[in-house]
Design a protein around this ligand. Structure first.
Ligand code: SF4
Length: 195
């Protein structure tokens, strides 16, 4: 198997930053891992033709999220400004059977959408001015479901593992620091001079 040189470089860099306890650089590394290079896109238009939001949300759930105070509300609003749901959801089973199956297995109630700016010949009609969300899509996440043959799939899955690895490192260090702070406070309480 041929190793991906970028992934190997990432792994070495992450291990070095962990060894140096460089939390700031590790935080920046997470941001970098979330932004995958658009050069990986094979420009097949699949994710514009058949999309889901946050992997598996239903149309009603997305509307509720868009109208809520939650952090993801603006993303849900942006999504709804571009995408409309398929009138007959089962049509997707014929157009993209593998993707349909994967999404339905993850969440039977998920809704499939199509972008209103996708032309019949599969081109983006607003390519030069396409929204930021389209320019940075997709984000590596455990809920991201890729179309078969998507150029982002392998990198997305590997980046997600690395993001989780860094998050676990942060949690582990936080536990250690909490124990040290608790121990120090206890010691200070015990050694407090009596008047
Ligand atoms: S605006 Fe263009 S790039 Fe974005 S989802 Fe629609 S067709 Fe695709």
């Amino acid at each position: 198997m041929i190793n991906d040189p970028i992934q190997d470089k990432d792994t070495l860099e992450i291990e070095a930053l962990k060894a140096a306890d460089d939390f700031t650089a590790l935080g920046k590394k997470i941001q970098e891992l979330f932004r995958m290079p658009q050069s990986l896109c094979k420009q097949r238009g699949d994710c514009c033709r058949i999309a889901t939001f946050k992997g598996t949300l239903s149309h009603d759930e997305i509307i509720r999220l868009a109208n809520s105070d939650e952090e993801d509300a603006p993303n849900a609003k942006d999504f709804l400004s571009l995408f409309y749901p398929y009138e007959c959801q089962e049509d997707v089973q014929t157009i993209a059977p593998v993707f349909y199956q994967k999404v339905r297995e993850a969440e039977p109630g998920a809704t499939f959408f199509k972008c209103r700016y996708l032309s019949d010949d599969g081109r983006c009609q607003v390519h030069e001015d396409r929204p930021t969300g389209c320019r940075v899509y997709p984000f590596p996440h455990k809920n991201t479901i890729y179309h078969p043959g998507c150029g982002f799939e392998k990198r997305g899955q590997e980046n997600w593992k690395k993001i989780q690895d860094i998050s676990q490192f942060f949690e582990q260090r936080l536990d250690e620091l909490t124990r040290i702070v608790d121990g120090t406070e206890m010691l200070l309480d015990q050694t407090e001079p009596t008047p």
